[in-house]
Design a protein around this ligand. Structure first.
Ligand code: UDP
Length: 242
């Protein structure tokens, strides 16, 4: 269904303008995609769960000094956010080897990394979101050298805070993807979402490599019980925060 008012439609969210040009509304969809949208489906209640989880995690990060685009929730699946000039970058932080890191390096799944690894990917569907070197990122002028340093520093600080938070929910934060933007003052602000769509989360109470998965890998790899996993993350996060 086409919606004439929408400003931008991504795979998991739609952005709507408001009367205030500085403020947008992000609507979180139940639609799920994987492998650059080659696999499509829907996860029941995903929109509400991801909106609620992102809101709580953004609030937690704000309270610890990380600027985020989050303003407030206006419905279970809708949040008001600050309008930013988004970097066309996916900033991935990894604590444990999984996904493309294993595929591209041969590191076995589950290898604990000595230090968190920060990687930049070019947010460009037509090119398949390629991994960038720092020099390629600068060549394409996707950010300045100072901004790259700050993005890396913020990503590592967010990792430190999220690892500790998820551990309090008996969840291991394996890896995750962040997006950032610039506000009018030129300050770098955390944007997008933090949810089981964008994080790999392993249940510390399970050792079985399939049963422990509480994130979108259940959808990507057809592991089943996708909805139950998302509900599990939500209920643990809400009890840890309340
Ligand atoms: N990720 C994401 N969106 C993307 C690509 C990756 O949210 O377009 C997240 C993914 O859920 C995982 C982390 O970033 O938590 C690292 O993903 P990876 O590079 O291993 O990619 P994948 O395994 O999805 O190919």
């Amino acid at each position: 269904m086409s919606d004439p008012q929408k400003l931008y439609e991504g795979k998991a969210k739609i952005l709507y303008p408001t009367d205030d040009p500085q403020i947008l509304v992000a609507y979180f969809k139940d639609d799920a995609t994987a492998f650059n949208a080659a696999k499509r489906g829907s996860i029941q209640r995903k929109g509400e769960i991801n909106c609620t989880l992102s809101a709580r995690l953004f609030q937690m990060l704000e309270s610890r000094g990380i600027p985020t685009h989050f303003i407030d929730c206006i419905a279970a699946d809708r949040m008001r956010v600050r309008s930013l000039n988004i970097f066309p970058l996916e900033v991935v932080v990894r604590n444990i080897a999984a996904g493309s890191l294993c595929k591209q390096t041969g590191l076995p799944l589950g290898t604990v990394l000595k230090n968190p690894l920060v990687e930049f990917f070019y947010k460009n569907d037509a090119l398949g979101d390629p991994l960038l070197t720092r020099d390629r990122l600068l060549l394409l002028e996707l950010a300045t050298p100072q901004q790259v340093d700050r993005l890396r520093e913020m990503a590592l600080e967010i990792d430190r805070l999220l690892v500790e938070f998820f551990a309090s929910c008996q969840i291991t934060l394996v890896d995750f993807k962040l997006e950032f933007g610039l506000d009018e003052a030129g300050q770098i602000v955390l944007a997008d979402e933090i949810s089981p769509d964008t994080c790999r989360l392993w249940n510390q109470l399970e050792t079985d490599p399939n049963r422990r998965v509480l994130d979108k890998d259940r959808f990507r790899q057809d592991l089943g019980d996708v909805e139950a996993a998302y509900e599990q993350v939500l209920s643990r996060v809400l009890s840890a925060i309340n």
